[in-house]
Each structure stands twice: as structure tokens, then as C-alpha cells.
Design a protein around this ligand. Sequence first.
Ligand SMILES: [Zn+2]
Length: 400
Amino acid sequence: MKIAIVNIGTIVSGDWRAPIAPGDRILMEDGLLTKVGQFDKAELEGCDLVVDAKGVTACPGLIDSHVHIAFGDYAPRFATTGFLKDYLYGGTTTAISASEVHVPGRPSDVEGVKALAVAAKKCWDNVRPAGMRVYGGNVLLEPGLTDEDFQELAGHGIWLAKAGFGSVKTPFDYVPLIQAAKRAGMITNVHTGGASLSLANSIYGEHIVAMQPDVAFHINGGPIAIPDQDFELIVRDSSAALQVCQAGNLRTALKTLDLVTSYNCFDRFIIGTDTPTGIGTMPEGMIKTVVEMCALSDYSAEHMIAAATGNVGKIYRLNCGFLREGCDADLLLIDAAFGASKSTALESMKNGDVVADVACFTAGIARYIGRSRCTPPPMRIPEVVVNRIPSVFEPPGLLH
Ligand SMILES: [Zn+2]
């Protein structure tokens, strides 16, 4: 399938070093972005779908690196069905499991955690709720897991590991487990801070520095933050990505951002939601944090969008998060909400307002064009000017 979007007002690249891409059009084919910014008009001839963006803003689909998924579009701890579909309508096109901790009766023995991760990964490989890409199978680190176990898991395609909920005596016991997971090529993630819904270990600065994980999950609290003095320790003495979550502590999220500025390490600053949790199920959780982080700082909206897109894609080694040729065709069209005091999506975000999603594409397929079911209505609605696709985009009932 070949799709063109023309008449885009602004293209946000997902790369904070050059956050605006020049041009006004995007072409995608067979799941990938093939042209970003400019292409010859003749390309439009062979398109299955041509969308006139009416001057709205394009940006990469948001990547939520902290979602409490289990199996399918269902959050068992909160009996919530269909939340991932709603998250897609809130702009999240990729969800990364924060480990399947909410599976009822989840096992904690070595064979149990391995089986859970493998089952979750293999199920998620086969299903995309409303078109969202979900990376499941984040193995929970438990004492007793060996190099052989991690190699076996890697052989099944497991590439995510998480520390924080295991039956260790002290968080320092995670150090050899993190090292073994890294040896198997996994991206390691660590619960940071005090207890969450589960009775996790309290993991503070000295523990993160000893573990050196790839990602310090919810450094601003999930939902309980580490002591203030530990933030600089983690930024200075570890290389971990610093994940700021909507379900955490807003004051310490801003504190993290200040440190990232001081230490000139914005590549490490990533945004997630840490939902569904007791804080809620939040379809607009990603964009709300982007808005809060830019409206309450000196950063521009397009710079901060990179923390929810390109930065996450790089840390998790994904082929998405950027609007550039060769990347997965996962993108959004967004606009200022109807009645907003600012006239563009980026100005609205800097003003502190969430925006209207007006179109979403994942894997090069249009998932919705027009109003999102989960955001306010927009100022402008893109128009489909050519449609040679002999079907609706979604089964009846899914759209609105
Ligand atoms: Zn969490």
C-alpha cells in the first residue's frame, strides 16, 4: 500500500537536534516511510490513498516505554478492556511492556517467569490492537536465573528484562542478574523509587549506579520518587536512560529535566506513562507529559516530542520514532484543539494544552482520519482526496 500526505503545515522529525524537518509532504509504502518533506507530484499517481493535511502538524507516533500490559487488549488488574485501542487514539503507536506484572497469579519461580515472558512475547507478535505495535515479554528478574536461562530466553526472541519485583534480599542482588541479561543482549529496565501497587523493593540512587541498567524506569516515581539528592547521582554516575512517567511525581520530573539540561544528556530523557495503574488508564498520558515538560520549561514542544519518540526508539533499538526515510511508517497528524487560544499544535502544547489527534498511521496503514475518539476536536480536519482502498480502515464499531 502506498499513501501520500500533502499540505502538511509542520513536520516534527523526532530528532531533538533538528526537531523540524523541512517540507510539506510524506510518502509511505509497504510499511515504511519512503519520502519525508519533498517528492515529485508524479508519485501521487500510484497512491492508494492521498490525504490533504490542511496545514496541520505531522509527528512520529508516540512510543510509550512503560505500559502495564498482560495479554491482549485487557488490563486484568483494573478489568479494563480496550485500553490499548484508546491509547492509539491518544497518539501512542508503540507500547513496550513494563513486564507482565499484572497477570493474575503471576509466577515468581525461574521456569514460571521464563514461561510468562515467552508466552507474552509470542502472543503479542501476533496481535496489534487497533493497529498498535505492542512489545510484550519483559522477563521479571528473579534470583536463580542463570546465563543459560537468559540465552534460552534470547533464543525465543526475549529482549526486555526488568528488575524490581523479584524476591531478592537487597536490590544489590540484581547486579549479577542485570549483567547476565545484558550479556544475552537484553535491554534492562529497573523499577526506581519506593513501592508501587505491588510491594516492590525500594530502589534508590546507589542501587541504580551499581546495576547500570539501560533504563531507570519512572525515575520521577512510580508513583513514589527517590530522595532528591539521589537524582544527580543517577544522572552523573550512571548511563541509564531517565524515564519520566505521567503516573509519577511532576516536581521530580521537572527536577530530572533540569539535571538533563545541566549535564547535557537529553538523549537519555524519555517519556512513558506507567499506566494502567492506580493513577488511572490514560489514553492521552504520553502527550500530557510532553505538554507538561515543555509548558513548564524552556524547551519547545518539537524538542520535547523527541523525548516521546526518537529518544525512545534509539534506546530501545526500534525502527520507529523518527519521520525519516526507512523508518516504520508510524505517524500522527495533530492540530490545536477547537477553541484553543493558539492556532497550531506546537504553540498549543507550549501553552500547556493537549492537542487534537486528527489522523494516525501505523505500519503504513491509516488507522483513523478525522476526529480521534480520545482527544478534543481539532481546528482543521484533513481531507481524503484519493482513496483506492476497497475497504474501510477498521471493522465496523471500532471507529467512534
Ligand atoms: Zn510500572
